[in-house]
Structures are given as structure tokens and as C-alpha cells.
Design a binder for this molecule. Structure first.
Ligand code: SAM
Length: 306
């Protein structure tokens, strides 16, 4: 199955917030197919692109070969300062994280990101690291699997689905996307459309396998340390838990004191490090949502380093 090349989400809003211009340096922590990065370069900025996906990195290297202001690093945004150091940089004027998968990853059955085509149940961004989803599905007990479906997929039938997977794997390994999709589909009451449940289950496994929330948490916590004063970051999330994590981080970092209100004097000595740039999450408008279905679940938040 093929689809249109990856279309960057909330592009105009991102560029407006990041304010790229000649002499400024940015990290695009999720380079993908370079939609956002190209717009940053077009505005005259220097860009370091990170990704864990081979094809995304190859695209970044092609762009870097044509444009000397573009640099590439194979690595996770989890370690932003390590990526900067690898490029000989210490701080930057902006960081972009456009989370999740790119369209080509979704379309490649070999990566196992989609239940729509049969392939190995892998779901890793970086196939050199960690364990594929098939290993989790083979080894975790019913409760641990149900917890993953519930926590990262917000799947209400998590226990029933986990029980079905554990039963099915006793007969035959559940190690392909097709087999997992069949097991889940067979568990649903007759007449229930399987797509939403399959999306939630695959999303939950992807988040668990790639430790996506942990990676995002480490990345945002490192932002005040990697941004120049006045530097800005934009995070585009497609999952409510990711968006909540970013919102809470900004809310905490824009306050001087984090003590409970009943405490008469501040004991925490926390000093604010950010100015919030987006009040609520920025969402795609109706035109973009119609043009690019991926944008419908996008939630953008941004802040500036003080
Ligand atoms: C939504 S796409 C980014 C699309 C990009 N903004 C564009 O316009 O083409 C997300 C990308 O982030 C990458 N990715 C996911 N987790 C990552 C991580 N922890 N570190 C670096 N890249 C990651 C994926 O491989 C994917 O290519």
C-alpha cells in the first residue's frame, strides 16, 4: 500500500512560532521526510535533523548534500544534548518535536506499524535497539499486556483483549501484524468495527516498545538546558498522554514556585525557565484537517526559554 509522501502538519503555525532566520540554529528532533526542516532551512536557519528511521536519515543526508546548513544525526531526541554535542553545538535557538510515525513507516509492512498489511510484529523506530512488539506479546503476562493496552491505548476492553492474545499465543505465536489483527478482531462482538480497537492496540504496543513517553519526558526536561535565552520549542503530539505531558511541563516551568498554596513561604525555590507561547493546544483548522487527515489529532504547544 502506498500513500502520498509525508505532509507536514501545522507547518505555518510551527514556523511562525519558531521564528527561523539566518544565523539561528534549530534541532528538528523528528526529521521524518524533512517537511518542517526544509521550511526552517528556507527561512535561512541552520538545522540539525535527528531520526531513528533509516529512510528518514537518508532523506536528511540527501538534503544535507544539497544544503550545507543542514546536518544530520542518527539518534533519539531523548538525548538532545548528546545529539548537539555530536554536531559540535551546545545550545540552539529552537527545537521541534513532531511526534509519532511518518507516512512511509506506516506504509511499510516490514516495520509492522500498521494492522492493514501483514508483516512482522516489530513496531520499533530503531530496529537496532530494544525488543520488537512480538517479544512483548510473546512474553508478558496477561496483566502486563492489559496494562499496556489500557495505559497507552486507553482501550476499555484491555483485559479481554489481553486474555485473547494470551490464549491465542498458546496455540500459535502472535508474531505478525496480521495474526494480532485477526486475534483482536475475533474477540470483538459481532457487528463491531475492528478499526478503532486495532488502532488503539497497535498504538499502545508502539508506545511501549519505543518507550515513547519516557523519551518525550527526557527530551522536554532537557529543553531549558539546550535552548539559548529567547530560544523556542514546539511539540506536536498526536496522543492525549503526550500532549498532557508537554502541557504539564510548560505549566510547571512557567511558574516561580511549585509549593502547595497552603504553604505561607516558598520552600521549593523553583525558578521559572519558560514563557508559554500557546494558551491551549493549537489544532489544525478545517482546511488542513480536510487536506491531511493525520493533522486531525495533532495538538501543538510551544514555549520560549527565558
Ligand atoms: C511525524 S514524523 C515527522 C515528520 C516531519 N516533521 C516531516 O515534516 O516530514 C515523526 C518522525 O519521528 C521519528 N522518531 C520517532 N521517535 C523518535 C525519537 N525518539 N528520536 C528521533 N526520531 C524519532 C520517526 O522515525 C518519524 O520519522
Amino acid at each position: 500500500m502506498t500513500s502520498a509522501p509525508h505532509v507536514p502538519v501545522l507547518l505555518e503555525e510551527t514556523i511562525e512560532l519558531l521564528q527561523p532566520r539566518p544565523g539561528r540554529r534549530y534541532v528538528d528532533g523528528t526529521f521524518g521526510f524533512g517537511g518542517h526542516a526544509t521550511a526552517l532551512l528556507d527561512a535561512g536557519a541552520e538545522v540539525l535533523g535527528l531520526d531513528l528511521d533509516d529512510r528518514a536519515l537518508a532523506t536528511c543526508r540527501d538534503l544535507a548534500a544539497a544544503r550545507p546548513e543542514c546536518h544530520c544525526h542518527y539518534g533519539s531526541f531523548r538525548d538532545l544534548s548528546g545529539a548537539l554535542a555530536a554536531c559540535g553545538w551546545r545550545r540552539v535557538d529552537g527545537v521541534l518535536l513532531d511526534l509519532g510515525v511518518n507516512s512511509l513507516q506506516l506504509d511499510d509492512p516490514e516495520l509492522g506499524f500498521s494492522y492493514r498489511a501483514d508483516g512482522p510484529l516489530d513496531l520499533r523506530f530503531d530496529r537496532e535497539q530494544g525488543r520488537p512488539a512480538a517479544a512483548l506479546v510473546a512474553e508478558l503476562d496477561e496483566t502486563a499486556l492489559a496494562d499496556i493496552f489500557w495505559k497507552w491505548g486507553e482501550e476499555r476492553a484491555s483485559r479481554r483483549l489481553a486474555r485473547a492474545v494470551v490464549r491465542a499465543r498458546a496455540e500459535e505465536p502472535v508474531d505478525t501484524t496480521g495474526r494480532l489483527a485477526a486475534v483482536i478482531t475475533d474477540t470483538l462482538p459481532r457487528g463491531v468495527k475492528p478499526m478503532p480497537t486495532l488502532s488503539r492496540v497497535f498504538q499502545a504496543l508502539r508506545i511501549a516498545v519505543n518507550e515513547e513517553l519516557e523519551a518525550l519526558d527526557e527530551a522536554v526536561e532537557s529543553l531549558p538546558g539546550v535552548l539559548n535565552a529567547g530560544g523556542r520549542f514546539v511539540v506536536i503530539a498526536y496522543h492525549s498522554l503526550e500532549d498532557r505531558l508537554v502541557k504539564r511541563f510548560i505549566d510547571r516551568e512557567r511558574k516561580d514556585c511549585l509549593c502547595p498554596t497552603e504553604l505561607p513561604v516558598c520552600a521549593c525555590k523553583h525558578a521559572r525557565s519558560l514563557r508559554r507561547l500557546t494558551r491551549g493546544a493549537v489544532k489544525a483548522g478545517p482546511d488542513e484537517a480536510a487536506r491531511n487527515p493525520r493533522s486531525r489529532s495533532a495538538r501543538l504547544r510551544a514555549a520560549e526559554r527565558l
